[in-house]
Design a protein around this ligand. Structure first.
Ligand SMILES: [Zn+2]
Length: 227
């Protein structure tokens, strides 16, 4: 149909003129580079994906952001897992004169792996909390612990107690470390253990009250592992 073709060509030519005209009349706009080219709308996710360093994908992400987790504990653990906590080994890289000794033991250099839980102060606390759950499988080194908490074959109660204990211990140790750096007096290990233990009990009784499936006897389970 040649007439239609001519018509379409005319429309196309007309549109081209309009487009060109618009281009000179509109003001410059900021465009954000996204996945599918440039767009006027800003997207946090897409921009983040553009500027982030592409790292390894953490296979145990699911063992951090699990159901019934406490966000502030999960968040610190996530930051630690990404190696992004402002530990002294990292700080000393951009501030070479700084003292990078661990404030908890005052012996070794402070790194993520040292704080969680190679440090004698940290491992003492971690051991008192989870030795009863783990028995012979007990571990205190970061890589081994993260491996342990990502195993999904354990019973639901055991897995929950372990993951929750892990996150709250990371959080409380980081808090203790910050307090000491700000000149506060050190908290003895047994006090910190008591505080963490109490917080875990509160969480478990809450989970039980909510009637979460498979968690009916979790508080009892926790008590049994504490003896
Ligand atoms: Zn230490």
């Amino acid at each position: 149909m040649p007439i239609l073709k001519v018509l379409l060509n005319d429309i196309e030519a007309e549109l081209e003129i309009v487009k060109r005209k618009q281009r000179t009349e509109v003001e410059d706009v900021d465009l954000w580079r996204g996945k599918a080219g440039h767009k006027p709308r800003f997207s946090t996710t897409e921009t983040w994906m553009q500027i982030r360093e592409t790292g390894v994908k953490y296979t145990w992400g699911g063992s951090i952001w699990f159901s019934q987790a406490t966000p502030k504990f999960a968040f610190i653990t996530w930051i630690a897992a990404r190696g992004r906590l402002a530990t002294m080994d990292r700080i000393s890289r951009w501030n070479p004169g700084v003292d990078s000794t661990c404030v908890l033991c005052k012996v070794f250099q402070e790194t993520t792996n040292h704080l969680f839980f190679e440090c004698v102060y940290s491992s003492g606390i971690w051991e008192k909390l989870v030795k009863g759950i783990l028995g012979n499988a007990y571990a205190y080194k970061w890589d081994e612990v993260t491996e342990l908490i990502s195993v999904s074959s354990r019973g639901k109660m055991k897995r929950f107690c372990l993951r929750y204990a892990f996150q709250i211990t990371v959080y409380m140790l980081w808090r203790e470390r910050n307090k000491r750096r700000h000149g506060e007096s050190p908290m003895p290990q047994h006090v910190l253990v008591k505080m963490i233990d109490k917080a875990i009990r509160n969480k478990l009784s809450l989970v039980q009250m909510k009637g979460i499936k498979g968690m009916n006897f979790s508080l009892q389970y926790w008590f049994e592992t504490r003896e």
